[in-house]
Design a protein around this ligand. Structure first.
Ligand SMILES: [Ca+2]
Ligand SMILES: [Ca+2]
Ligand SMILES: [Ca+2]
Length: 260
């Protein structure tokens, strides 16, 4: 009886040590990917919000070109600008509500003053329906909007000499400004959303840091700088701000023949 010779194959496999090394490498890679994911998401949200702010800023300038003034803020959260007659306004020292005594009024004509259509408030939400643009940031909070009376009076068109009083600064003391004499500002209250109104109309708690408080307190000074945690001077900060420079706005109005 003849036996057929058989071929002997070596046993192919991994030792336990090799498997352990491979598993460790996979765990490290997965850990790295997972830890990078929130940062990647946050960067995407910041970029998305920046794009929304720039779109709204362009829409504001487009509105000024077609109407001769910037729109008023939305204060009743329907997305449309809110107006009042100057005679209906209440001037408050804490805010410059209806403070349309901006030098454009014709002296000696109080009745004209009383019938001027002005903003019901100079601070509110971006009137995204009026502007036909998205009005919220990446965290589904409405973008806040502040506009100066000299640029938003609907009865008295802005002039080449119109100036704003808003200041965008590095800190609340404003010893270093990024822009002065600003006609209008748009603010996203960032990932923490403090001080914002949500897209569904819920008012979020106020900011805890003084730099973010500067963007919600209704005065003329606004703050913008790099994001910061809770530890630094001025407190936590993640707001994003865009502004309409007076020079750019007036230049576009002149180029379009809206101003002499
Ligand atoms: Ca409204
Ligand atoms: Ca914030
Ligand atoms: Ca302020």
């Amino acid at each position: 009886m003849q036996h057929t010779p058989t071929t002997r194959h070596p046993i192919v496999g991994f030792t336990l040590a090799e498997v352990a090394v491979v598993m460790a490498i996979i765990a490290l890679l997965l850990g790295g990917l997972l830890s990078a994911l929130p940062n990647h998401m946050r960067q995407k949200q910041i970029q998305e919000t920046e794009a929304s702010l720039q779109t709204l800023r362009e829409a504001l300038m487009g509105h000024a070109l077609s109407h001769g003034h910037l729109p008023c803020p939305d204060i009743n959260l329907d997305g449309e600008e809110d107006l009042a007659l100057l005679s209906q306004c209440h001037r408050s020292p804490a805010d410059v509500r209806c403070a349309s005594t901006d030098g454009n009024a014709t002296p000696g004509q109080p009745s004209d003053l009383a019938n001027q259509q002005v903003c019901a408030a100079q601070t509110g939400q971006a009137p995204h329906v009026t502007l036909a643009a998205e009005g919220h940031d990446a965290w589904r909070n409405r973008i806040s909007y502040r506009v100066e009376p000299a640029f938003s009076n609907h009865s008295v068109p802005m002039l080449l000499s119109s100036t704003g009083s808003l200041q965008l600064c590095d800190n609340t003391g404003c010893n270093r400004a990024q822009a002065r004499g600003v006609p209008a500002l748009l603010i996203s209250h960032g990932a923490n959303g403090l001080g914002a109104t949500s897209a569904s109309g819920t008012r979020n708690p106020p900011p805890t840091g003084e730099d973010e408080l500067a963007n919600t307190d209704g005065d003329l000074v606004f703050v913008h700088h790099e994001p910061r945690g809770t530890g630094g001077t001025g407190g936590e900060f993640d707001d994003q701000v865009a502004w309409v420079p007076a020079t750019l706005l007036l230049n576009r109005l002149v180029a379009a023949g809206r101003l002499p």
